[in-house]
Each structure stands twice: as C-alpha cells, then as structure tokens.
Write a protein that binds this ligand. Structure first.
Ligand code: SF4
Ligand code: SF4
Length: 98
C-alpha cells in the first residue's frame, strides 16, 4: 500500500470527457493514482496524490487539474518530525489548507 497524505484534501480532478486515452498520466504518476480503464484514465485513490503536477503537466488534453504544490506532503513530514498534527502553513490570510 502506498503512502497516503491527508485524507480528503487532494485537489486532483479528472475531466473524463476530455480524456483521449493516451495513457501519459498513468505512466508518469509516481504513486499509481491514475490508471487506464479501457480508453479513459481513472483516479484510483485521490488520497495517494502528492500533488506533484506531473500528470497535469503531461496531459495533452488538459483533462487533469490540480493545485500543484508541496504543502500537504510538507505538512505530513513536518508533523511527523515534530510529533504534531500536520500543518503546512501554505494558506492565504493565515488559514492553512490542512
Ligand atoms: S499530481 Fe503527481 S501524484 Fe498526483 S496524480 Fe498527478 S502525477 Fe500522480
Ligand atoms: S494524460 Fe490526459 S488524455 Fe492522456 S490518459 Fe491521462 S487524462 Fe487522458
């Protein structure tokens, strides 16, 4: 089982009608978040997504959108090191996203 980040906070979105089935996203995703289901990509488990942006950056159909960043991964790591709850500090106006 892969490393999960914060549950339910991934910004990863797949616009399935736009997908042309090229398979690039499934090839480049380091966590197997995306896989091919026939001629369409599908999200396996959004909680596995580290929001690296590789899938969206390699999608020729602009079918994938996400808020790229390291905030949640950084929050998990910082929390683990400090022994605290994950807090990323990436929020605007003082509100963290995590
Ligand atoms: S953002 Fe990165 S980890 Fe998330 S689905 Fe895309 S390639 Fe995979
Ligand atoms: S890279 Fe884009 S077009 Fe290609 S399979 Fe993935 S979502 Fe579909």
């Amino acid at each position: 089982m892969g490393l999960k980040y914060l549950r339910g906070v991934s910004t990863l979105k797949l616009d399935e009608p736009k997908c042309t089935g090229c398979g690039m996203c499934a090839q480049v995703c380091p966590h197997a978040v995306l896989e091919m289901d026939g001629r369409k990509a599908r999200i396996t488990d959004p909680d596995l997504c580290m929001e690296c942006g590789a899938c969206a950056g390699n999608c020729p159909a602009a079918a994938i959108t996400l808020k790229k960043g390291v905030g949640c991964a950084a929050a998990v790591i910082t929390g683990f090191i400090k022994g605290t709850e994950p807090v990323c500090g990436c929020g605007e106006g003082g509100d963290d996203c995590c």
